[in-house]
Design a protein. Structure first.
Length: 116
């Protein structure tokens, strides 16, 4: 399943001011679960950001999360109009993600490589 490009571009534009270089989030994808629902995951060129996008059949669809880690600080943004019940559960799960879990997800996307 392809990432909803327009949604990703809008969200990434809002984070552009935090980055010196343009941010490309095309590493992966891998598929994972958040709050018992299926999500497509890619990582970004900065090695510190992840993008989670709902997959077909996910009641949170359409929705995406963008997560940027900077040391101990974590910024999570979400966009879409899927079921708030499911997006809220996924958000809570993302908030509790450890640094090691985050890094493991980044590494998993790197094993797949760039999505062209």
């Amino acid at each position: 399943m392809k990432i909803h490009l327009s949604l990703v571009l809008i969200l990434l534009a809002s984070f552009h001011t935090y980055s010196v270089e343009p941010l490309a989030c095309n590493i992966g994808p891998v598929y994972t679960e958040l709050a018992t629902t299926k999500w497509q995951l890619t990582s970004c060129s900065d090695g510190q950001s992840l993008v989670f996008v709902t997959m077909k059949g996910n009641p949170a669809m359409p929705f995406m999360f963008f997560i940027k880690r900077d040391g101990d600080k974590v910024k999570i943004s979400g966009e879409g109009n899927g079921s708030k019940e499911y997006t809220s559960k996924a958000f809570e799960e993302l908030k509790s993600m450890t640094g090691k879990e985050f890094e493991d997800l980044v590494q998993a996307t790197k094993l797949v490589g760039k999505n062209n």
